[in-house]
Design a protein around this ligand. Structure first.
Ligand code: GLN
Length: 482
């Protein structure tokens, strides 16, 4: 039962073939059997989930996720459940309120099983920066899940929940989705409320779904999208029926292949799988054209100024006074701040705070932050120009499939470069999706990235659904987990 999609589970629930209690029990049994190897969950709410399932079975509801167990990245505030952000500094923090997306999941009838592992404060590309545990790729023991929503991707890939939510600041939904062989969507900036999302870089962060197939992705988008008065960056704009976009055939759809995205460092197997996927899109009726995104080479530099600058400001609030961990040995206030932050934050978070503080300091602001913001506009303009010629652009998500845990851990620059293909969607604010399109010769999943103009998630879902129908990889599951 744990291997059902949400679509499949909904059908069986509606027919009365299964109950929500049975779904929750099967997910919990799967977690007991397999999560020792995957290490996706930071916390589990067994009793809460079983009680909610009992309620769902008693009272038939009309919500699209009625009685379906899901899980969420530990970056989203959950009332009465721990929210650590993968950091020692938030150990023991229990938020007094739910994030808007959590409220929306509850309103749709979903049951929240627990909180999923992530890189500390969502900073990372492998999940090795989590203060508590390093989740492993379900497809190969000892390999990274990707990051920072690695727990969210691995939990869905290993059938430890029916879908999950992640957050994406520079690729953190799409990159782990690609490395773990699931579907992940970063919506347009402003499409989904971030109220109750612990902020990393406020001009880039978005919440989005990770799911077993494209149609589940559309279903979750229908639940979580929409304006929220409590988030001033959320857009007042009608939400389409995303599930309605999943129709067969791509006649009249123009797909751009950016020549800058297949450059140096691209693994030949990744390129082959993605080019194979592009052929399938052509067979579905799409017209394939060459496009150019000339400022791509500046994306990593721009992102690694803007994101740390915003993070250094956002993370100032973790001072030992307001939330979570506090050093109790210090005898002055300043020393308490210093000790709390020294002990509470890990190396990568400290590195970002240092870079960000430096880039924002008097005398450097114009040279770094302001300059990066100006180049950001050029990157956004690249996409606007490309979208006059095509409806979406497709590419790999990452230059390589998953790698061994520890392989790049001492080389932050190598990891920053692995984000090169995902970062620009956040800088431009456009939606981006990752959909499985093949496997490497040693059985590791490879995803295709699709990006579209602002608020055009429908075309992404439609193209991804058409690829999924043809690629024949959606039903493949990691083996040997139990
Ligand atoms: N890997 C990128 C980083 O380390 C992106 C992270 C994210 O999207 N949260 O910042």
């Amino acid at each position: 039962m744990h291997s059902l999609t949400i679509g499949g589970a909904r059908k069986q629930l509606a027919n009365g073939e299964i109950t929500s209690t049975a779904l929750v029990e099967s997910a919990l049994a799967r977690i007991d059997a397999v999560d020792g190897r995957i290490k996706a969950y930071l916390s589990l709410d067994r009793d809460g989930a079983l009680a909610a399932a009992e309620q769902a079975d008693k009272k038939k509801g009309s919500g699209v996720l009625h009685g379906i167990p899901v899980a969420v990245k530990d970056v989203l505030c959950t009332q009465n459940m721990p929210t650590t952000c993968g950091s020692k500094i938030l150990e023991g923090f229990i938020p007094p309120y739910d994030a808007t997306v959590i409220e929306k999941l509850h309103d749709a009838g979903a049951i929240i099983l627990g909180k999923l592992a992530m890189d500390e404060f969502a900073m990372g590309s492998t999940n090795e920066n989590c203060a508590f545990q390093v989740p492993e790729n379900p497809w190969k023991a000892g390999y990274v899940t990707g990051g920072s929503s690695g727990g969210s991707a691995a939990a869905v890939a290993a059938d430890l929940c029916f879908a999950s939510l992640g957050s994406d600041t520079g690729g953190s939904i799409r990159q782990p989705a690609s490395l773990c062989g699931v579907v992940g969507l970063k919506p347009t900036y402003g499409r989904v409320s971030r109220y109750g999302l612990v902020a990393f870089a406020s001009s880039l962060d978005q919440v989005g779904p990770l799911t077993k197939d494209v149609s589940d992705c559309a279903l979750i988008m229908n639940v979580i999208a929409g304006h929220d008065g409590r988030d001033s960056t959320s857009i007042r704009r009608e939400v389409p029926d995303f599930a309605g976009a999943l129709t067969d055939g791509l006649q009249g759809v123009r797909i751009g292949v950016p020549r800058e995205y297949f450059g140096e460092g691209m693994d030949p197997e990744v390129e082959k799988a993605v080019r194979g996927g592009i052929e399938m899109l052509r067979e579905a009726g799409a017209q394939i054209i060459d496009v150019s995104l000339p400022h791509t080479e500046y994306c990593v530099a721009v992102y690694y100024l803007i994101a740390p600058a915003e993070a250094s400001s956002n993370l100032a609030r973790f001072d030992g006074v307001r939330f979570g961990y506090r050093d109790m040995e210090s005898d002055s206030l300043i020393d308490m701040y210093r000790q709390t932050r020294s002990q509470g934050f890990g190396d990568e978070v400290k590195r970002r705070i240092l870079i960000g503080t430096y880039a924002l300091s008097a005398g450097y602001y114009d040279a770094y932050y302001k300059k990066a913001s100006q180049v950001r506009t050029l990157i956004k303009d690249d996409f606007s120009a490309a979208f006059t010629e095509c409806d979406l652009v497709v590419s790999p998500v990452t230059p390589t499939p998953a790698w061994k845990i520890g392989e790049n851990a001492d080389d932050p620059l190598a990891l920053y470069l692995s984000d090169i293909l995902t970062i620009s969607a956040n800088l431009a604010g456009i939606p981006g999706l990752s959909v499985p399109c093949g496997f490497s010769s040693d059985g590791l999943p490879i995803g295709m990235q699709m990006q579209a103009a602002h608020f055009n998630e429908e075309i992404l879902l439609k193209a991804a659904w058409n690829l999924e129908q043809r690629a024949g990889v959606v039903d493949k599951k990691p083996v040997g987990l139990d």
